[in-house]
Design a protein around this ligand. Sequence first.
Ligand code: ADP
Length: 491
Amino acid sequence: MTKLSRRLFLSCAPTAAALTALGTLPVSAQAAEIKWDQTYNVVVIGAGGAGLSAAISAKEAGAKKVVILEKMMFAGGNTVRAGGGFNAAIKADYEKAGITDSPKLHAEQTLAAGDGRGDPVLVNQLTEKAPESVQWLKDHGVKFQDHIYQIYGGLYKRARNPLGPRGGAYIKALLEVCKKEDIPILYNTRVVEIIREKLLGGRVLGVKVEEKGGKTLYIRATNAVVAAAGGFAANDRLSGIHDPRMEKLGTTNHPGATGDVLMDLIDIGAGTRGLDYIQCIPGGVPGEKKSPNLFTHVDRFIFVNLNGHRFINEDARRDVLRDKMLDQPETIAWTIVDADGFEQQKNSKGPENEAALKEGTLKVGNDIADLAKKTNLPVDVLTKTIEEYNKAVDTKKDPMGRNPNVLVNKIAKAPFYAGRVTMKRHHTMGGVIINKDAQVIDRRGEIISGLYAAGEVTGGIHGTNRVGGNAMADIFTYGRIAGTNAAKNPA
Ligand code: ADP
């Protein structure tokens, strides 16, 4: 059924529908005929990091009535599952760490890591405003650990973690703010259509939603709709369209990351970019319920393949890591850390690793020979691999090409730990086109009035490859921008 006829059947009063079918009414009349069930100033789609920060910012910028529509029965989306590492070049933090940094360097590295496919205007906006976003989160109840580190795929020591349950720490704090600010979140409420004055023209007026029991409602946005519905890495078919390797990989994402709002946005003419750039990170191998996670701190671990050999400099870009791991036997690697490395992961990955230890998917060896036995790796090869790695730490020269700044910790202190990983779809870099004010741009390059987007549903920031730690910076920075601007955009 075409979009036009679907609207005819579902959204119009009988007279209008009949008239339009006869071709006597313009398409815009369909929107004009809608009887709105609820009206708000700003309607936010999605209760993840981008959506919550957009809604709060809209309220703080003067929107009286703000609502968040969430298709799942809980908030958080992928943000709640994220490690929470947040990249921002904050002077006090990098000076304390004894390094130099700046938003400009952050932008340059982000653009280079995305092979120049990120939009420099969007990237500069991101890196300049990311420090403010950290402060904004602090002002809204998020507490941070007091050190910065180089996160997996992060390329530079620039990430900080919140105290508490990683990405969940942001969501928990912002949900509290929503409660205080009287911002309702309508759960089990799935946006199925974005309504524009005309099919491919005019202002965005609101959305059509489907409640759990199948009831549909029309929700009007007098100022703007903010699309913050996340990515599509949980959608096998969409993920595999450009890169068939992706279709079968499985995902780290929550089941709601299916890209349905992205499709709704395309339906009303939004332009897209980068839909073929899909980031993977290590995740559990099929059949293991609790997956060990030993790879957060790049200076602590090595990957070895099922033959016991390293196959990559572990500080490589995430897309390079993905492709290398997908080339290994059975596309599986063991992540190996020593006792100190395991201890360091406890801050961020403690509960996961405890569960994996219990299930037996996380292996522990009293020495390397014992670890080789537990992992079924050839003992002579594994011993040599670790010796060579430790030598590289001493000489600061790694035959695999690891940067000396992450050649600082040997794998030397017993007990030793190992967990198997394979590649999982993690982040979809592509999405709808926005400008630096978070307005959505249509296929012809025109601004779609009354429509903003933020977070993983957007494209053009991370290019081919998102830098580890930049997702949190992106969702909270563009979430704040989208919400603030949406509030100031009355029809
Ligand atoms: P981001 O990191 O960009 O904030 P998240 O994945 O954290 O993205 O959050 C996106 C949220 O949007 C999720 O909670 C997801 O369930 C929600 N969502 C996705 N599609 C819809 C939809 N059609 N209607 C309402 N909410 C949606």
